[in-house]
Design a protein around this ligand. Structure first.
Ligand SMILES: [Fe+2]
Ligand SMILES: [Fe+2]
Length: 208
């Protein structure tokens, strides 16, 4: 499907604010793709469609997730909004004609993250968090960090999401915990490696 047709079709499903947010994710994502050497077309497609299931009610999300047998635990039954990533990936395939598995995976993981994420998945997760429409305290610092150290910025974003969930007394999805721990292990190993080769940072990453 060509770009303008995708936007027209998406506009029938999403509120104007959600569509604007999605275009913001495209903008932030393309910026990060140029900085970090990702495929721009994949980033544009995944960014535009990442919230394509966000217009569904919780009941509809759960209905489709059950129909496709992709509900994994009770947390997803209690908080069906967590399913808009995986259901969105199904919709992107069935309704918007996306057949690129890497793009579908980035849509699927944009809310909960995952272990050993691809560059595309990392960029979409982070772009969703720092797109130009976001205005939470610290977002500007995170945008700057995303230019300097993609993984550290991603870790901050994941931790921000975890804090948000805890502050609201919501159940924390184990996939989010696994994603954060996997990334933390990767960052720690990278920093140790750099330390062993005479880099400036020694002693590993200390969470603050
Ligand atoms: Fe989302
Ligand atoms: Fe989003």
């Amino acid at each position: 499907m060509i770009w303008d047709d995708l936007i027209t079709k998406l506009a029938e499903e999403l509120s104007p604010e959600r569509l604007e947010h999605s275009l913001g994710v495209v903008e932030a994502g393309v910026h990060l793709a140029r900085r970090w050497g990702a495929n721009e077309e994949q980033v544009r497609l995944a960014g535009l469609l990442h919230d394509c299931a966000k217009g569904m009610s919780p009941d509809e999300l759960l209905h489709w997730a059950l129909a496709f047998d992709i509900v994994r635990n009770d947390i997803e039954r209690v908080c069906p909004d967590l399913l808009h990533g995986p259901v969105g990936a199904m919709l992107a395939w069935k309704k918007y004609g996306v057949t690129d598995a890497a793009v579908l995976s980035a849509i699927r993981l944009h809310t909960l993250g995952g272990e050993k994420m691809s560059l595309l998945e990392r960029i979409i997760y982070l772009a969703d968090y720092v797109e130009p429409g976001r205005a939470f305290p610290g977002v500007e610092e995170l945008r700057v960090l995303a230019e300097q150290d993609l993984n550290l910025a991603l870790l901050r974003a994941m931790e921000g999401t975890i804090r948000y969930v805890l502050e609201r007394g919501l159940p924390l999805h184990p996939q989010t915990v696994r994603a954060r721990n996997s990334l933390l292990a990767e960052i720690t190993a990278d920093q140790r490696e750099r330390g062993n080769h005479g880099g400036e940072e020694k002693g590993g990453y200390a969470p603050t």
